[in-house]
Write a protein that binds this ligand. Structure first.
Ligand code: 13P
Length: 246
């Protein structure tokens, strides 16, 4: 079980350190069943890392090149050097506002793996695609394009997050049945390509308007292995409650 908090573009450095400390200190005193990860903005990573002992660190993105003249970009090796162990890739906001597609994401995933960090690969359909019954096909294409070119060894480092875009930041959560159905579909897809053990070992997180009030009913499903939390991860109390829903 994994619960990861994606802070997106929120919190200044001091606020970020404070929130990280609050979450870390709580779980140091009250060990969680789940692995707890926080993903602050890039510029907070190194400082936040110093406040963490039990909570793990992730970035929200990484560059598609290793180094060089790419003004404003942050490479996987730079992220690694802060102490981060995870990198969120392919978030729907990166896809829709920054034009990231699954071919690009495949490249980013390879670079993150080369740095011995774990990619948290996000997939999910927009509302129109669900309404026209295209959601399975959309997610299948995302997973196949971004992940099927990996070796079995590489794939064993991957975490998948299913985040239906219509549920992100909207207050509308997928029903437990909708989440379970898509997670089982993704696991089957992985089984068909990488085999039974890879499918069983894979963590598939759900993301989209997860709150303390609905986390338990979503996490209870057999194919839901945790959550990727946005808004509720900005409040220590809510985030802690979600982690404790297991
Ligand atoms: P919300 O929890 O705010 O809906 O965001 C989910 C998300 O995008 C996490 O990556």
């Amino acid at each position: 079980m994994i619960v990861a908090g994606n802070w997106k573009m929120n919190k200044n450095l001091q606020e970020g350190i404070e929130l990280a400390k609050e979450v870390n200190d709580f779980f140091k005193e009250n060990p969680a069943e789940a692995e707890v990860i926080i993903a602050p903005p890039y510029i907070h990573l190194a400082d936040v890392a110093r406040s963490l002992s039990i909570v793990k660190l992730s970035s929200q993105n990484s560059a598609s090149e290793t180094s060089g003249a790419y003004t404003g970009e942050i490479s996987a090796s730079m992220i690694k050097s802060t102490g981060a162990e995870y990198v969120i890739l392919g978030h729907s906001e990166r896809r829709s506002y920054f034009g990231e597609d699954d071919d690009l994401l495949f490249r980013k995933i390879k670079l993150v793996l080369e740095q011995e960090m774990k990619p948290i690969f996000c997939c999910g359909e927009v509302l129109k695609e669900r309404e026209s019954d295209m959601h399975f096909e959309v997610v299948k294409n995302q997973v196949e394009t971004a992940l099927f070119g990996l070796s079995p060894e590489e794939f064993s480092e991957i975490v998948i997050a299913y985040e239906p875009v219509w549920a992100i930041g909207t207050g509308v959560t997928a029903t437990p049945a909708q989440a379970q159905e898509m997670h089982a579909f993704i696991r089957d897809l992985i089984r068909s390509k990488f085999g039974e053990t890879a499918a069983d070992d894979l963590s598939i997180l759900y993301g989209g308007s997860c709150k303390p009030s609905n986390a338990r009913e979503i996490f209870e499903n057999p194919d839901v292995d945790g959550g990727l939390i946005g808004g509720a991860a900005l409040h220590a109390e809510d985030f802690i409650k979600i982690v404790q829903s297991f």
